[in-house]
Design a binder for this molecule. Structure first.
Ligand code: ADP
Ligand code: TRP
Length: 316
């Protein structure tokens, strides 16, 4: 039995890249493992958030995971901010991490671009908080999309450095990246990854898009070689057909291919949306689920922090 852990930001929009790259692989691993899934609200505030919107987005994220098949019996599902040990361990790891290695983080460089001196310390420190998230629970496997691989590798480096200095405290985590679907590309620009922070909404398929919107977005998707390959990947993941089968079926017939793909996306999204909305109807129940998860997480995290404090010499 392995410890599997992943986390997503409560950012309002979840797209099909998040679903296929992170949520679905996690749900598949649920059986037979010990699982942790949390909503990283403290990662979200590394960029400005409106409080009321953030609150709604946290509930929306929880509803989406439950709708996608996350089972609170099998998975410890909670909010990052509800377990104070995450930020406590992040501080200690800050004192192990090097400026240089954080400056090399691609996501930081991308997000800091153009911000000059006003880039927040939180944005810079984000990967250290993520390392704390992972190491706190003796995680073996971290299913993430390709873009997060560098952050998981940083967590490994920090674990190794800490263990060398203070003894074997942390388990070495491994990123698990799907061969296919780890990097779904933007519909309107297949050279960029599908991302909710894209300038145009046409670039991603939101999990909450209705059938018409899905059709419109896929119809206008770029179909150069990379764009078509991306749509084929989506089709493979949604229908189970191989790329070869898809090529044979639709050789030179982009329009019917796009129509069938749109139908396959909608077939996934419609029942998912119904479930999300049903969960959102009962906020109190959602909160109870998250609180129960936080309680389980806290028990484990508190024990680990005791070991960490002892190892570094602050526990008298
Ligand atoms: P975004 O780039 O849209 O802001 P996040 O950074 O919040 O997405 O990613 C949440 C999870 O979804 C991470 O595990 C990430 O690796 C995965 N993910 C994000 N975008 C994609 C994508 N285009 N294809 C596959 N997985 C993705
Ligand atoms: N940084 C990740 C993202 O933006 C989210 C994240 C935070 C995470 N802590 C984590 C992912 C721990 C896996 C494990 O997608």
């Amino acid at each position: 039995m392995s410890r599997v852990l992943t986390a997503l930001q409560p950012s309002g929009v979840l797209h099909i890249g998040n679903y296929l790259g992170a949520i679905q692989p996690f749900v598949e691993l649920q059986t037979g493992n010990e699982n942790f899934l949390f909503i990283v609200d403290y990662h979200a505030i590394t960029v400005p958030q409106k409080p009321e919107e953030l609150r709604r987005n946290i509930l929306f994220a929880a509803a989406t995971y439950l709708a996608a098949g996350v089972d609170p019996e099998k998975t410890v599902l909670f909010q990052q901010s509800a377990v104070a040990e995450h930020t406590e361990l992040a501080w200690i790891l800050n004192c192990v991490a090097h400026m240089g290695e954080l400056e090399r983080m691609i996501q930081y460089k991308e997000k800091a671009r153009g911000k000059g001196e006003s880039v927040t310390v939180g944005l810079f420190d984000y990967p250290v908080l993520m390392a704390a998230d992972i190491l706190l629970y003796d995680t073996d496997i971290v299913p993430v999309g390709e873009d997060q691989k560098q952050h998981v590798e940083l967590a490994r480096d920090l674990a190794q450095r800490f263990n060398k200095r203070f003894g074997e405290v942390f388990v070495m985590p491994k990123p698990q990246i799907r061969k296919q679907g780890a990097r779904i590309m933007a519909l309107d620009d297949p050279s960029a990854k599908m991302s909710k922070s894209a300038a145009s909404e046409k670039s991603y398929l939101s999990l909450m898009d209705d059938a018409q919107t899905v059709e419109k977005k896929i119809r206008s998707a770029v179909t150069d070689a990379t764009g078509l390959a991306n749509l084929q990947t989506l089709c493979t993941l949604l229908t189970g057909k191989t790329v070869k089968q898809i090529e044979t079926m639709y050789q030179g017939k982009n329009e019917p291919f796009k129509q069938d793909l749109a139908a396959a996306v909608t077939a996934l999204l419609t029942p998912l949306q119904q479930k999300v909305n049903a969960y959102l109807q009962d906020e109190a129940a959602l909160k109870r689920t998250l609180d129960a998860g936080a309680e389980r997480a806290r028990t484990i995290a508190a024990k680990k922090m005791e070991r960490v404090r002892k190892a570094i010499g602050v526990q008298l």
